[in-house]
Write a protein that binds this ligand. Structure first.
Ligand code: RTP
Ligand code: MG
Length: 135
């Protein structure tokens, strides 16, 4: 299995709840290594650019407003099968549908305030890592 890198964002709701450490512990226990990270308050332009694939969707404005409602903790995770593994640890987008024991089941409030972002494929991982951390 290949060593991959993926972009993870601990969203404003989880940062506000003071669970950055608990979430990172889950990554570390799953053998994902934090290889770059920073706490950042996104501007509207940064959040819109990051979620540009969703710009025609009805939830886009709410999503952007939520992502700029407080600081986020952005990390690059590295490990075997990191992209799919991170998505598994995160659980379903809607925490009501997320498997017990996943990050979203345990820390998310709603489909809008859902604790974490994770890249969904190798192509998006590369683009998203470059978006925040450069080449
Ligand atoms: P993310 O990109 O944040 O990791 O989440 P995801 O892949 O699980 O979900 P995605 O389809 O990419 O949607 C991005 C974010 O938009 C919000 N959303 N709301 N109301 C809705 O139907 C709806 N659908 C998506 C979620 O907050 C989701 O994380
Ligand atoms: Mg997504």
């Amino acid at each position: 299995m290949a060593i991959e890198r993926t972009l993870s964002i601990i969203k404003p709701d989880a940062v506000a709840k003071n669970v950055i450490g608990e979430i990172i512990t889950r990554f570390e226990k799953a053998n994902l290594k934090v290889v770059n990270a920073r706490l950042q308050q996104l501007t509207r332009e940064e959040a819109e650019g990051f979620y540009a694939v969703h710009k025609e969707r009805p939830f886009f404005n709410d999503l952007v407003n939520f992502m700029i409602s407080g600081p986020v903790f952005i990390q690059v995770l590295e490990g075997e099968n990191a992209i799919a593994k991170n998505r598994e640890l995160m659980g379903a987008t809607d925490p009501k549908k997320a498997e017990p024991g996943t990050i979203r089941a345990d820390f998310a409030e709603s489909i809008d305030a859902n604790a974490v972002h994770g890249s969904d494929a190798p192509e998006t991982a590369a683009v998203e890592i470059a978006y925040f951390f450069g080449k």
